[in-house]
Ligand binder design. Structure first.
Ligand SMILES: Nc1ncnc2c1ncn2[C@@H]1O[C@H](COP(=O)(O)OP(=O)(O)OP(=O)(O)O)[C@@H](O)[C@H]1O
Length: 251
C-alpha cells in the first residue's frame, strides 16, 4: 500500500463501536492536522480509551473509517499502523516489572524489527538496539537506572520509560493515554516537560483528566461524553463553551 499525502495526520470518520447494547463510540469524527497537540477530555466512561483503541487497531470499530496520513487503515492490524508512524502509551503501565529498564526499552525497540526476541541470546547480540535503548533512557534522565529492574523504580519513572519507548520509535503520531495519572507534583512536572519537548514532526493526541497541567500542552480540545463529540475546536473556545462546563466541569 502506498501512503498518501494529506494535510491531516489523523482523520476519524463517523466511527461507531458498541459492546453489546452499550454504544461507546457514537458517530465520532475528528480531523487532526500535522503537528497538532490535541487534548481529549470527558468524564469517566465517556469512551476516550475505546476511541484510542480503535485508532491504534487494538479494537475494531463496528463501522466508520480511520485514516492515518491520508491512508485508510481501518482494517489494518496494530503493527501495520505502527509502520505508518503511529505509537501509543497505555493507561495501565505495560512494562515487564522483573526486567531491567534497558531490557524493556530494547524489547520495545525490537517490536519494529523483523527479528524476534530470543531469551537465550545475550544482550550483546542486540548491540545496536541496546545502545539505542540506553540513549533513549538518557533522553528521559534515567540512564543511571538502566540496569535496575522496573519493579525497583518509582511510578513516575515508569511513566517516563513508557513515554521514552514510544518516542524511541520516532512516531509521526503519538497517542498518550493519561500520561500524568497517579504522578506526584514533581513527577508531573517532569513528564509535562518531556511531552512539551516532543518535536513538531510528531502529532500528539493526549487523553488526560488533569486539565490544569494538560491544557498548557494542548492547542485544540475534543470533549467526549457518552461516546459522542460534544465540543471540538481550539482550546480556549472549548473551555469557554457552556457545554464543556455542563459536562466536564460540572458547573
Ligand atoms: N472490552 C470492553 N467490553 C465491554 N465494555 C467495555 C470494554 N471496554 C470499555 N468498555 C466500556 O465502554 C465504556 C467506555 O470506556 P472507556 O474506557 O473507553 O472510557 P474512558 O472515557 O476512557 O473512561 P476513563 O476516563 O474512566 O478511562 C465504559 O462504559 C466501559 O465500561
Amino acid at each position: 500500500m502506498t501512503p498518501q499525502t494529506s494535510e491531516h495526520a489523523l482523520e476519524v470518520i463517523d466511527l461507531k463501536k458498541a459492546f453489546g447494547g452499550l454504544v461507546v463510540t457514537q458517530s465520532v469524527s475528528l480531523a487532526i492536522r500535522h503537528g497538532e497537540r490535541r487534548l481529549i477530555i470527558g468524564p469517566n466512561g465517556a469512551g476516550k480509551t475505546t476511541l484510542f483503541n480503535q485508532i491504534s487497531g487494538d479494537m475494531r470499530p463496528n463501522s466508520g473509517q480511520i485514516k492515518l496520513f491520508g491512508t485508510d487503515v481501518t482494517q489494518l492490524a496494530p503493527y501495520k499502523r505502527a509502520h505508518f508512524g503511529l505509537s501509543r502509551t497505555y493507561q495501565i503501565i505495560t512494562l515487564f516489572s522483573g526486567d531491567t529498564l534497558e531490557h524493556n526499552v530494547t524489547l520495545g525497540l525490537l517490536g519494529l524489527r523483523p527479528s524476534r526476541w530470543q531469551m537465550w541470546r545475550p544482550m550483546s547480540f542486540y548491540g545496536d538496539l541496546a545502545t539505542e535503548a540506553r540513549r533513549t533512557l538518557d533522553a528521559v534522565g534515567l540512564l543511571h537506572l538502566a540496569e535496575h529492574p522496573v519493579s525497583d523504580i518509582a511510578y513516575g519513572e515508569k511513566r517516563r520509560v513508557e513515554l521514552a519507548m514510544a518516542l524511541a520509535q520516532k512516531p509521526r503520531l503519538l497517542l498518550l493515554d493519561e500520561p500524568l495519572a497517579g504522578l506526584s507534583n514533581t513527577e508531573r512536572a517532569q513528564v509535562k516537560a518531556l511531552i512539551a519537548s516532543i518535536p513538531r514532526e510528531t502529532t500528539v493526541i493526549m487523553i488526560e483528566h488533569d486539565m490544569d497541567t494538560a491544557l498548557d500542552l494542548a492547542e485544540t480540545v475534543t470533549l467526549l461524553n457518552y461516546g459522542r463529540v460534544i465540543v471540538d475546536g481550539d482550546r480556549d473556545t472549548v473551555i469557554a463553551d457552556e457545554r464543556t462546563r455542563e459536562v466536564y466541569l460540572g458547573a
